[in-house]
Design a protein around this ligand. Sequence first.
Ligand code: GN1
Ligand code: MG
Length: 360
Amino acid sequence: MNAPTRAEQILTKFHIKGNVTQCKEFGSGHINDTYKVDTDDGHCYVLQRINKFVFNKPIEVMQNVSAVTDFLRTTLKCPRETLHFIRTDENLRYFVDENEDCWRCYEFTDGICLEAPESEEDFYQSAIAFGRFQEMLSEFPADTLHETIPMFHNTVNRYKLFKEALDIDRVGRASTIADEVEFIMDREEEAGTICRLLDSGELPLRVTHNDTKINNVLLDKETRKALCVLDLDTVMPGSSLYDYGDSIRFGAATAAEDEKDLSKMHINLDLFRVYTAGYLAACRTLTEKEIELLPLGAKIITLELAIRFLTDYLDGDRYFKTAYHDHNLVRARSQLRLVADMESKWDQMKQIVAEEAAKG
Ligand code: GN1
Ligand code: MG
């Protein structure tokens, strides 16, 4: 018999049912290490090691996630609609090992998790999931949440960090990205719009998910309807525009986030309309200003992520997991191409949002 792996050793700390028969790496996240666990009596779990470089206060992450899932549990129709964490001997929902790594374990819910929508209906369902999530948390006391990654979607601060990384040029890559730098700097003023309107109170501060890719939604296997929102690590106070925008960035794009052939990267306006319709139908609390600025949310979050990828590229690829040496640069270029394509379709995007909002 093989010696237990690290993940298998950690599993003994959690009150799971049955004996572990399989524990293998799972999922496609860029941040945490994730394992799927099966036991001999048919139970199934997810075990995760929280990335302590990204989340340097992982216990605060778990406090947020616990508070939000407890809150959601009070309003759900069925338990499969949120995550259920397994407790340890200490009755905690996480275990910190001798390396200061923080682990958590939750029940695996069988469902469909897509890397890209396979139909318009799939994308619509993801809009329902995130719109409903936003709506259900509208009564959640935002000031009780920790800011697990300070200034996570603060685009103004992302520019500041980018410029610092350019100056420091830690691994000597700055001279190779002049075109990208120019494109980004030309848009600095507009990119700060959401931050300025949050500061002035013209946009409301909400409890937001902050990582609203379709692969963070679970669809029901039988009905293929929205079931559950996953990956709650970045739930924090923020703007609904970033949440809406990140779904568009990822799901309404015609190519993968790291597509090398830029000619393949566009925004699909049919999918843009589909998501907008679903989000507005499920989330009735958006203000007129938020609705008006939805297209800008999509553009700014796409630009912001390009800046984050490029900052990490300049920094020597220390934040995002990468598969090859210029992976972050490839990602940044594809995101910038998507921004440019949105700009070329700007009037249509605004018109689509106005039409869908008018349907009320
Ligand atoms: C990261 O790990 P994953 O794929 O859920 C990142 C998001 C980015 C995303 C880009 C905590 O999310 O902000 O939008 O990659 N999460 C964190 O794919 O930085
Ligand atoms: Mg994720």
